[in-house]
Design a protein around this ligand. Structure first.
Ligand code: PHE
Length: 335
């Protein structure tokens, strides 16, 4: 026969054990393992239930009650522990995933177009508004378009300035954008109103104002009845728009085989005493008009060619043309 006294002792020790062990359970798996050990079918509490038949009939009910209380106690202690662990794990997750909205964001550098591209686009937009369209031609140009069609015969001394990097006997890197004039006129009937921006190459040693690679914008307007006065007016519009109304401008005589008369355009920016050349220009030579198949008695035209680097240097006070190609972010990001 089992006695209640012995059972109570066992219960006290089991309860003590429960109190100690539950505290140490640090994850839900351990809680489950302990539940099986304690309350499972073969667990320690169940073992005691199995001894009930061995009690005296009078004490059996009391013994069963005590065991049930123990079972309840254990089960509720384990549930409480499980709840604590899950709350702690949620708290940890919240801590880990917390976003501090007051922290400074991650800075992404946003690029922008190179100054030369921007200046080119600005020049294009000025002339697009005046009704010109943008044309382009190859950088590897044929001698015919680069010279003969522009009234620069073989062996003529005028060729020297533009005689540059030959690919073979016929092709060379274009030294100016004027051959695009020829290509456009050969392709279309007058009136022609175009600008041609593009890269050019010259046999120049690199220094503060020369570069073997640079950019030009060519302008060509061919129509009936154009005069040098119209050309001057167009250039003035451009200069005042690009450099500002306070800028002074003057023309002086020059020579280009493909224009007659030819002029050089100078500007003087406010506060400076120096006149600076910004472009070559002139009335398209009738020989050139005839060469492309136009009736030089019926139409005439004018053209100019300007250097984009030169425009940017004057407007932004850049002293060395080499900085454009230097790929130095300290320079590039300033504009
Ligand atoms: N092509 C000339 C140069 O590069 C500039 C120019 C263009 C002059 C058009 C007159 C007319 O020097």
């Amino acid at each position: 026969m089992r006695g209640l006294g012995e059972l109570k002792e066992k219960i006290v020790s089991l309860e003590a054990d429960l109190g100690l062990r539950v505290e140490e359970l640090d994850n839900e798996k351990a809680v489950e393992a302990f539940r099986i050990e304690y309350l499972g079918r073969k667990g320690r509490v169940s073992q005691l239930f199995k001894t009930l038949p061995e009690f005296d009939v009078n004490e059996r009910a009391q013994a069963g009650k005590l065991l049930n209380e123990l079972k309840e106690k254990a089960s509720s202690a384990l549930n409480i522990r499980k709840g604590e662990l899950s709350a702690a794990s949620i708290k940890r997750r919240v801590e880990r995933d917390r976003v501090d909205l007051t922290l400074p964001g991650i800075y992404h550098r946003v690029g922008h177009l190179h100054l030369l591209t921007r200046v080119q686009q600005e020049i294009e937009s000025i002339f697009l508004r005046m009704g010109f369209s943008v044309a382009s031609g190859p950088e590897i140009e044929d001698e015919y378009y680069n010279f003969e069609a522009l009234n620069i015969p073989k062996d003529h001394p005028a060729r020297d300035e533009w005689d540059t990097f030959y690919i073979d006997d016929t092709y060379l890197l274009r030294p100016h954008t004027s051959p695009v004039q020829i290509r456009v006129m050969k392709d279309s009937d007058p009136p022609v109103r175009i600008i041609c921006p593009g890269r050019c190459y010259r046999r120049d040693n690199q220094d503060a104002t020369h570069s073997p690679v640079f950019h030009q914008v060519e302008l060509l307007w061919v129509e009936k009845g154009l005069s040098l006065a119209n050309l001057k007016y167009m250039i003035e519009l451009f200069v005042y728009e690009f450099f500002g109304e306070e800028c002074e401008m003057r023309l002086s005589g020059d020579f280009f085989p493909f224009t007659e008369p030819s002029v050089q355009v100078h500007i003087r920016v406010p506060g400076s005493s120096e006149w600076l050349e910004i472009m070559g220009a002139g009335m398209v030579d009738p020989i050139v008009l005839a060469e492309v198949g136009y009736d030089e008695e019926q139409v005439n035209g004018f053209a100019f060619g300007l250097g984009i680097e030169r425009m940017a240097m004057l407007r932004y006070g850049i002293e060395d043309i080499r900085t454009f190609l230097g790929n130095d972010l300290r320079f590039i990001t300033q504009f």
